[in-house]
Write a protein that binds this ligand. Structure first.
Ligand code: NDP
Length: 445
């Protein structure tokens, strides 16, 4: 394989899909050497079969708003690869959603799911519907309209969706309800469900907790701990909230949180009580992070900006893709940041990743550090298949073990001759090899 040639070809075939090409480029560049040790891969054109999704479902979603006006949105489900298990990946509702973004997410999901040690393929779906400012009744009607089409493409052994940006427990509940109504089947077709109807304990916390379990493993490789460290967190949704919670539990200090309007910097740190305020503000009232600065004196609110210029020891981006660019990365390094652990998917641009790696700081891509969410989703599928529910301690212990295993796989495949652990390379090669071997065993399909 010549990466440049593959990328040139993909660029020609998919010219308007920059996020997809960015994600493919990152993976191919880091697996090239390993791939070329296996001539049998190239002989079966494995790389093209792995880069191009198995299937793209796209459809119109029509629903009626509170004013009685008929609205249309686009809906998608990208089923990327099911070589190692049923398709699995979240659903995103955000105005920015398009085919390129979902293709990048489904591609990434395939390698992430492979890393988890569980048998799950990769998929992603969503809509350009924005839940922002919509009433609960509108959100319910939209979810139901979305499922009218999506239910055809999913199933417990076929494709199991979950939440992502704009899709939390409420939306999963509405979608699951409609799925059940249409299929008359109570099955584990969604994960992230409510505890009363098959959800798993620790699933809401899993991505954030897993992110910090992974960060702790990285710090250990340099004889460091989280105790007393100042951490910049971006976002204030599901991943950011439980990332912050675990940082506090392990003795770290959360300095910032954000939303798409701006960020807050609290010089005293966002403690447990203040984090409870943010959880209530965001989850119950669907408020804005600006209101935190109005609530607590001495807090700085910066509109239209991200927190990467603030001084801290560690950064963990937990909002969205490409939220740390090259300049942000240079600021973080100049301010003495020693570790960057990605809670979000692809939050650092390729230039930012290069800055982190050139500075030899601890840096992990989301596909390794945020894999805790899908891992506990996998555990939810297992519990559903067994028709039982495990205790929180049992799920958390398994999550912890999975994050340690992912870290060990990254160290195994990513340690460079000078001892620096290249987590991007480690995660990509470990994730790729399992999928590649499964595809080879299953023939040209
Ligand atoms: P939520 O919708 O719960 O929260 C998203 C947060 O990011 C909100 O604070 C939101 O602000 C902010 N945000 C969204 N888009 C933008 C943007 N374009 N610019 C700035 N801020 C933005 O989503 P999650 O916490 O579930 O997801 C966050 C990230 O983590 C995503 O990259 C997702 O793919 C990834 N992830 C999530 C997993 C999960 O289990 N939920 C699993 C693995 C990865 P606002 O409220 O203003 O929109």
């Amino acid at each position: 394989m010549k990466v440049a040639k593959v990328l040139e070809d993909l660029n020609r075939r998919f010219p308007n899909e920059p996020e997809y090409i960015q994600a493919v480029s990152e993976v191919l560049n880091s697996i090239e050497e390993e791939y070329n040790k296996h001539p049998e891969f190239e002989a079966s054109n494995l790389i093209e079969r792995l880069c191009i999704p198995d299937r793209i479902n796209s459809f119109r979603v029509t629903w009626v708003d509170d004013q009685g006006k008929v609205q249309t949105n686009m809906g998608y489900r990208i089923q990327h690869n099911n070589a190692i298990g049923p398709y699995k990946g979240g659903i995103r509702f955000h105005a920015s959603v398009n085919q390129s973004i979902l293709k990048f997410l489904a591609f990434e999901q395939t390698f992430k799911n492979s890393l988890t040690t569980l048998p799950m393929g990769g998929a992603k779906g969503g809509s350009d519907f924005s839940p922002r400012g919509k009433s609960a009744a509108e959100v319910m009607r939209f979810c139901q309209a979305f499922m009218l089409e999506l239910h055809r493409h999913v199933g417990p052994e076929l494709d199991v969706p979950a939440g992502d940006i704009g899709v939390g427990g409420r939306e999963v509940g509405y979608m699951f309800g409609m799925y059940k109504k249409l299929t008359r089947d109570f099955s584990g077709t969604f994960t992230g469900k409510g505890l009363e109807f098959g959800g798993s304990l620790v699933r809401p916390e899993a991505t954030g907790y897993g992110n910090i379990y992974f960060l702790v493993e990285m710090l250990k490789t340099r004889g460091l701990s989280l105790e007393g460290k100042k951490v910049l967190v971006s976002g204030s949704g599901n991943v950011a909230q439980y990332t912050a919670e675990k940082i506090l539990q392990l003795g770290g200090k959360v300095m910032t949180m954000s939303d798409s309007d701006g960020y807050v910097y609290d010089p005293d740190g966002i403690d447990r009580e203040k984090l409870d305020y943010i959880m209530e503000l965001k989850n119950l009232y669907r408020g804005r992070i600006r209101e935190y600065a109005e609530q607590y004196p001495g807090v700085k609110y910066v509109a239209g900006a991200r927190p990467w210029g603030e001084k801290a020891d560690i950064a963990t981006p937990c909002a969205t893709q490409n939220e740390i660019n090259g300049d942000d990365a240079r600021k973080l390094i100049a301010n003495g940041v020693i570790a960057v652990s990605e809670g979000a998917n692809m939050p650092s641009t390729p230039e930012a990743v290069k800055v982190f790696q050139d500075a030899k700081i601890l840096y992990t891509p989301g596909k390794a550090s945020n894999a805790g969410g899908v891992s506990v989703s996998g555990l939810e599928m297992t519990q559903n298949a067994q028709h039982l529910a495990w205790s929180a301690e049992e799920v958390d212990a398994k999550l912890h073990w999975i994050m340690e295993s992912i870290h060990a796989a990254c160290v195994k495949y990513g340690t460079e001759p000078d001892g620096y652990i290249n987590y991007v390379k480690g995660a990509n090669i470990a994730g790729f090899m399992k999928v590649a071997k499964a595809m080879m065993a299953q023939g040209i399909v």
